[in-house]
Design a binder for this molecule. Sequence first.
Ligand code: NAP
Length: 251
Amino acid sequence: MNIALVTGASSGFGEAICRRLIAEGYHVIGCARRVEKLSRLQQQLGQNFLPLPLDITQQQQVSKVLDLIPAKFQPIDILINNAGLALGLDPAYQADFNDWQTMVDTNILGLVHLTRLILPTMVARNQGYIINIGSIAGSYAYKGGNVYGASKAFVKQFSLNLRTDLAGKRIRVTNIEPGLCGGTEFSTVRFHGDKVKAASVYDGIDYLTADDIANSISWLLSLPNHVNVNCLEIMPVSQTPAGLHVTKLIE
Ligand SMILES: NC(=O)c1ccc[n+]([C@@H]2O[C@H](COP(=O)([O-])OP(=O)(O)OC[C@H]3O[C@@H](n4cnc5c(N)ncnc54)[C@H](OP(=O)(O)O)[C@@H]3O)[C@@H](O)[C@H]2O)c1
């Protein structure tokens, strides 16, 4: 297996994963909307990196663009469904419905559409690995996590159900569920470009880094073919799953 397609390659986890996989000798297709960021990455990573600009919410565009992938980057052995976003942190009764729709379109529909397009070739070759980037938000509730957490719960269950449909085939599926990770654009996107508010999320906290996630993917890919890690939940030591909350009623 040596050809990987990574979504969300223009920033954060996706960019770190592309750098790591290129360093390890893979051919990597990097997808995202921002063309200039992908082009800059190609200048640094060289000819084994193929920038593939696309918006995963635009289904027709995605189908057409995949058809244009040159032979050197086919067939795709590893699909890393990383593109995704959280928008807003308001309670459900105040959240912007457009933000909810964008999260569902990207984190759920974009991911399942791309998977549906690429999976048949993996099945035909009886070889492949799908790594989804979920979140601990898909397992643990937090205030304002409403649709973002629900979209990641979808990714978690979709990953388990994919494994079930692929029983007996040599195709692996893993859902990586990271906790708080800094140094990416995640919170700047969540707070609609407010970098000061985004920085305050990480102030004084020893958070995970994008390289930690890239390292875990490198480890997953190094495992023998008969080993499938279903879920990989990763938190910084500064974060724990505890926190059942009791609040007095406000009359
Ligand atoms: N950072 C964390 O604490 C954390 C924790 C758990 C899980 N995660 C998950 O990890 C993944 C990566 O997060 P990150 O922290 O690396 O965030 P990031 O720096 O904001 O990166 C997100 C990437 O997704 C791409 N993207 C967004 N919408 C897209 C679309 N419609 N079509 C194509 N690409 C799109 C962005 O590229 P363009 O804008 O150029 O399209 C960008 O490359 C996400 O799924 C996120 O939910 C993050």
